[in-house]
Ligand binder design. Structure first.
Ligand code: NAD
Length: 341
């Protein structure tokens, strides 16, 4: 079988991780890079100034789009129209309307878009979803979560990082929202407040949100990039080498019969009948074996390209995660509940 040929648009921080993942996958080959800032030191393949130049000169079966979010749309449409399948970084686009254009283009070109919500490739995400779907918690009643840490001061030196587009809702909450949707089911509506008690810039320092799920369960979530606290997905797992690991869980899924801490899975239930507050609660740490999520994602992308699998998260699915995330900003701005459609 011939190698799957991949072109990369945007060879920055995350682009480099995708190059690393390609190197780990048999039968997958990086064949070109489009990025005006790329150098031969990053990969010894032909370099191009833009996507169209790359697509017109190099045959690509798949294209990875890891440009800044506001530049996802045009390379994604160009790659689909050239007949390639696409792996686009999260969030799929800057706006829900742009995401609709990608959904429509997939249907017209009969090509797939896989969106790089890499948390979906962690075994504990799949395991948490199965536990809830299989009813091990009983009916899901409540969800509580947080993503609270303190980013370094120089992070905010560039003026664009002071704008709402670089705030923790758009940059970070999108990951948690996607995981929550995947694990707990669709979000019906969102109510939220945002605040700027630290910097007073356009971007929020803190957000508090309430979620209503289609199942009837309720959830709450606190988000801040200006708190000294150990509770985020990255800290729980040590996923990002720049953010030290704390092992502290960041979410709890609570059902009538049991609860689950996440992402280091710990199941809590009553020791014996009657299963109520008169009985001691016992906890059980669940085992899972993790593989590098970017490598698993790349292997999956190659299988999508070969027609062996369909995307684990396609454009329409990622559009719903984006809609639920931007609903937080809309609710905070208007003071109204936002119902998702
Ligand atoms: N999945 C994750 O956990 C994760 C983490 C960080 C960033 N991201 C996403 O990855 C994307 C890129 O982020 P980053 O941190 O790698 O940014 P970056 O600034 O490090 O890299 C972006 C690269 O794109 C290039 N570029 C800009 N416009 C271009 C264009 N029109 N055509 C070709 N190249 C272009 C730039 O020269 C740069 O090299 C963003 O959408 C971001 O949200 C995802």
């Amino acid at each position: 079988m011939s190698n799957v040929r991949i072109g990369l648009v945007g060879a920055g921080v995350i682009g480099a991780r995708h190059i690393g993942a390609i190197d780990q996958c048999d039968g997958v080959e990086l064949v070109a890079i489009a990025d005006p800032m790329a150098t031969k030191a990053q990969a010894d393949v032909p370099l191009f100034m833009d996507t169209q130049a790359m697509l017109s000169q190099v045959k690509c079966d798949g294209v990875i789009v890891s440009t800044p979010t506001e530049h996802h749309l045009s390379p994604t449409l160009a790659a689909l129209e050239a007949g390639a399948h696409v792996l686009v970084e999260k969030p799929i686009c800057a706006t829900v309307e742009e995401a609709s254009q990608i959904v429509a283009c997939c249907a017209e070109t009969k090509r797939h878009v896989l969106v790089a919500h890499q948390r979906r490739y962690y075994p504990q995400v799949e395991q948490a979803r199965e536990i809830i779907r299989d009813g091990l918690l009983g009916p899901l009643v409540a969800v509580s979560g947080q993503w609270t840490l303190r980013k370094h001061e120089t992070y905010y030196d560039p003026d664009w990082r002071k704008k709402w587009q670089a705030g923790p809702i758009v940059t970070n909450l999108i990951h948690d929202m996607d995981a929550i949707r995947y694990i707990c089911g669709e979000v019906h509506s969102v109510m939220a407040e945002t605040g700027n008690p630290v910097f007073g810039w356009e971007k929020e320092d803190v957000a508090a949100l309430t979620l209503r799920f289609e199942s009837g369960a309720l959830g709450s979530f606190i988000l801040s990039d200006q708190t000294t606290s150990p509770w985020t997905w990255e800290m729980a797992l040590g996923e990002n080498i720049s953010i030290p690991k704390t092992n502290q869980n960041a979410m709890r899924f609570m059902g009538r019969d049991a609860s689950l801490e996440f992402p280091n899975l710990v199941l809590w239930k009553h020791e014996a009948p009657p299963h109520d507050w008169t009985q001691p609660l016992v906890s059980e740490a669940l085992n899972f074996e993790a593989e590098d999520a970017y490598t698993v994602q790349m292997r999956h992308f190659a299988q999508v390209i070969r027609g062996e699998e369909t995307p684990r998260i396609d454009a329409a699915d990622a559009q719903r995660s984006l809609a639920a995330t931007v609903a937080v900003m809309e609710s905070a701005r208007t003071g109204q509940r936002v119902i998702l459609r």
